[in-house]
Write a protein that binds this ligand. Sequence first.
Ligand code: NAD
Length: 431
Amino acid sequence: MSSRLPGFYKLDPDTRLERVLEAAALDPALGSSWREGGLSLELADRMIENVVGTFRLPTGVAVNMLVNGRDVLVPMVVEEPSVVAAVGNMARIARQAGGFQASSDASVMIGQIELRDVRDPAATVAALEPHVERLSALGDARLPELVGLGGGIRGMELRILRYDEPGEEPSDLVILHFFLDCLDAMGANMVNTVAEALAPELEAITGERVGLRILSNLADRRLARARVVLPAELLGDARFSGAEVAEGVAGAWRFAWADPYRAATHNKGIMNGVDPVVIATGNDWRAMEAGAHAFAARSGVYKPLTTWKVDRAGALVGTIELPVQVGTVGGTLRMHPTVRANIALLGVQHAGELAEIIAAVGLAQNLGALKALATTGIQEGHMRLHARSVAVQAGAAGPEVAALVAALVAARDFSDARARQELAALRGGSA
Ligand code: NAD
């Protein structure tokens, strides 16, 4: 299958869906999951509490993505214009250079068990050390299905921390970290199950008091990475040479590297690509966000999650590395029919493959934003897409929408007043 679907953006939604189902060789019956919104009230009511309805967002499909030599059509659930277009446009450039190369760690999540107000931290650690193997076996015993599939505990670590907020009584904490390979699950529930099961053992061994028992979303043992190398000649257009674009993107990255104010927005742009795929696949986007930003600040200074540099041959080289705590099974994700359809469209069997696509999409999205910022500015493309919602809000319908968008773009004025005026003119009246 090819993710290259020329002119896809010009089609109407029904025809797009037909093309997608055809290109990915999916059962046409899956189409109803997208068309009809997927989630019934009955299912929603089983998912969370106090349900009164469901909430719809657009699903778009990013075309052109090539990840590890495999064509992939990427479902993205997002309310912001220009996100899906940017991924497809950057992926079209990248595929001419072999696409994105991506890799991922095993799905190892970290569980934390806190021993609070510990009297002698060093002695507590020494007391726990001989029990690590037994504790690992106890943890595994709580997850027979996961262990049977090849997952389970992959080691433990003991950490001593001190609370010493000025002006307050200091206290010592001993934290047991356990590492759980969650295979294809996000793993939060499984980690929490193990943490709660081990806690009484820790109290029995040490005579100290357990505080919290929960996973850490700083999933820095579950990183995904992607890389792209773009020869300068692929980056130029009528107004800017490829070398100018490459240097512009690298310069934009250096600004983010040097300044957390810029890095926050740089990383927001990355999450513009990441979150819509995390949401489309029924995953926990709050966990993803928390992990990404904590990882960005791991040195003590908030940094960009990507790098962009120009190599000796003049090619633009981009990389991304971030924790991607997503699953293809578990939680409530498989309950949602559209999630099942989105996972089928992505053609992923394992959490690691999904993590790699997510990293590549984040990198593509970041390139789209930096390329625009470094050349024409972000507003030109963004406003062109935003013009559609301005047009609809002004009352345009059917073929009027495209005509009104064209008029607003020509006028470079996207105000509501202008939209109403242009619409009236289109309809042959006056405002
Ligand atoms: P889960 O409890 O459904 O566990 C996964 C289940 O899938 C297990 O029973 C496992 O045995 C089974 N399984 C079948 N095939 C598998 C395979 N190939 N690989 C792995 N497991 C397989 O779900 P979970 O993933 O442990 O927890 C995810 C949920 O936890 C999400 O809904 C998330 O929102 C929520 N959560 C998140 C946080 C947080 O991030 N801080 C905290 C609490 C809960």
